[in-house]
Design a protein around this ligand. Structure first.
Ligand SMILES: N[C@@H](Cc1ccccc1)C(=O)O
Length: 526
């Protein structure tokens, strides 16, 4: 044992030396102990089946086989595969072995020329059908004008030999399973393949491996193979006793492929959402949340969407049975703005606005319902708020449409806010997301004027539309008691994800494909 630090240091060094250098101290062939054991067994047996090696080497079958293949790679052994074909009679084969092949049954029954018609009376038409083909093929008979004319003789064929041979063997061995070899002298390959085609035989293949020692293997073995105990794990006992110094350490296989390790990480879509959230937070916005279930009032009416607007119809919206009372504070004002423009100076949509319809609950079709409600609660600026959350529409699912999807909603309310500020703000956001070129096309939404649709340039795709934006109309702001200009937008999030992650199908975002998630690289795209 080491007595002082210096000794311990010395001991440590020596140990490292032994561990490193003994690992690389290898024989010419660098055989593992398993390979050595198999080679020794082979040296004794010359040629062996796996089970013989298993017996001598005391390794299991898999380990022996693996070692044999490694020895083969090194030219010390050779692995030969031998396939044995085993046969038995099928149900039909057994029947014919007992009663004779159909052609034999017919030919034996003939007493001279016989019309086929007559045969069909004494045998099944099916059997006659099978038999005639083979009678002609085997030249046991001819057919002339529907009459079967037998040849002089019908010698027993190899096929019949095979059937009776297998039948006897099966009876003797008490099994009709395919366990019998067919010696080459009994039947030609053609005969066997015909019987197989006639489905009279069952066949099974059975592969055995023979392992042989090569000349190189022999000469290597003749020099004497020593199997030294390998230490895989060093123990305190080995260290204490000092025995470690004389041991042989199992070498590291540095070439061995390791299992991939996947670090835990957030879902790529979640990472993208977090990135968007981070950008808006950095731009001084406050994150807001709202209910998934909204009344039609907040989802549509407060946004000056007429009650006969197509977006409110069944195919777009998930309608619920429940209702929410329309807020008393706004209901008259909203009615007025829809019917005649109220205090806004607009003429409204005309007709009669129904608070019954406004009460109906829906799954929010856009997150604008969240921002507009927030503005109603906070009608005095400055407000800079965003909401990144899920919206729902009755869409037919396809690669670019899912009934649930995320939107990035935002509002800015302040005294001197202008349309130019809106464009600047969105451009800044997309630039921070890594989209360098941004443009705005005129758009239409019932609640904004002017309205735009932002687009970003993607190499290979061109301009891609990413949502809607605009300045809230007086018809939206006035009934809620808002006097300052409001810039608003609702942007598609999954579209951006498709672009960033290179997806062709939106549905991939919502499927739990663990491999895709594991292999997704952080920093790639997002
Ligand atoms: N709500 C719109 C987007 C939008 C929001 C705000 C202002 C203008 C447009 C949509 O879902 O497509």
């Amino acid at each position: 044992m080491a007595e002082n630090i210096k000794d311990e240091f010395h001991l440590g060094n020596k140990l490292i030396h032994v561990l490193i250098f003994r690992c690389f101290e290898m024989t010419d062939y660098d055989l593992t102990n398993n390979e050595k054991k198999v080679l020794l067994a082979l040296n004794e047996l010359e040629t062996a089946e796996l089970k013989d090696i298993v017996e001598i080497s005391s390794l299991n079958g898999d380990a022996s086989m693996q070692a044999a293949f490694l020895l083969e790679e090194k030219g010390l052994a050779k692995v030969d595969e031998e396939t044995t074909e085993l046969y038995g009679l099928s149900g039909e084969g057994k029947e014919y072995a007992e009663a004779g092949l159909p052609e034999r049954q017919i030919i034996d029954s003939l007493e001279g020329e016989t019309p086929l018609e007559d045969l069909r009376n004494s045998f099944s038409p099916q059997l006659v059908g099978i038999a005639t083909g083979w009678l002609l093929k085997k030249k046991w008979a001819k057919i002339e004008d529907g009459v079967l004319v037998p040849a002089d003789s019908a010698p027993k064929g190899q096929d019949e030999e095979v059937l009776s041979d297998l039948y006897e063997n099966s009876l003797e061995n008490n099994t009709f399973d395919p366990v019998f070899e067919l010696p080459a002298e009994l039947a030609s390959e053609k005969v066997i393949s015909d019987l197989l085609k006639r489905k009279l035989l069952d066949k099974e293949e059975y592969t055995t491996r023979r392992i042989l020692i090569t000349a190189a293997g022999k000469s290597y073995a003749s020099k004497g193979i020593e199997i030294t105990e390998e230490i895989a794990q060093i123990t305190p006992e080995l260290l204490k006793s000092g025995d470690w110094e004389n041991k042989y350490y199992r070498p590291y296989k540095v070439q061995k492929p390791v299992k991939p390790i996947y670090g835990a990480k957030a879902h790529p879509y979640q990472r993208l959402i977090d990135q968007m959230r981070q950008i808006f937070l950095e731009m001084g916005f406050t994150e807001i949340k709202g209910d998934i279930i909204q009344s039609s009032f907040w989802n549509f009416d407060a946004l000056f969407q007429p009650q006969d607007h197509p977006a409110r119809e069944m195919q777009d919206t998930f309608h619920l049975d429940s209702r929410s009372e329309t807020p008393e504070k706004y209901v008259d004002k909203i009615r007025a703005v829809h019917e005649n423009g109220g205090e806004t100076g607009s003429c409204g949509w005309g007709g009669r606005w129904s608070s019954e319809i406004a009460e109906k609950d829906v799954l929010r079709t856009h997150t604008t319902s969240v921002t507009v409600k927030y503005l109603a609660d906070n009608p005095v600026g400055p407000v800079k708020a965003f909401c990144i959350d899920r919206a729902y529409r009755r869409e037919t699912i396809d690669p670019t449409h899912t009934p649930e999807f995320e939107q990035l909603e935002g509002v800015v309310m302040d005294k001197d806010m202008s349309f130019a500020d809106l464009l600047g703000c969105l451009k800044e956001f997309y630039n921070r997301m890594g989209f360098e070129e941004v443009r705005f096309r005129p758009g239409y939404f019932p609640y904004t004027e002017p309205s735009v649709e932002p687009e970003v340039w993607i190499d290979g795709l061109g301009w891609v539309e990413l949502g809607g934006a605009g300045v809230f109309r007086k018809e939206v702001t006035t009934p809620l008691g808002i006097t300052e200009p409001v810039l608003a937008w609702g942007l598609g999030v999954s579209r951006v994800a498709m672009l960033k992650l290179g997806l062709k199908d939106l549905r991939e975002l919502y499927q739990s494909d663990i491999d895709w998630l594991r292999k997704s690289e952080i920093g790639k795209g997002i």
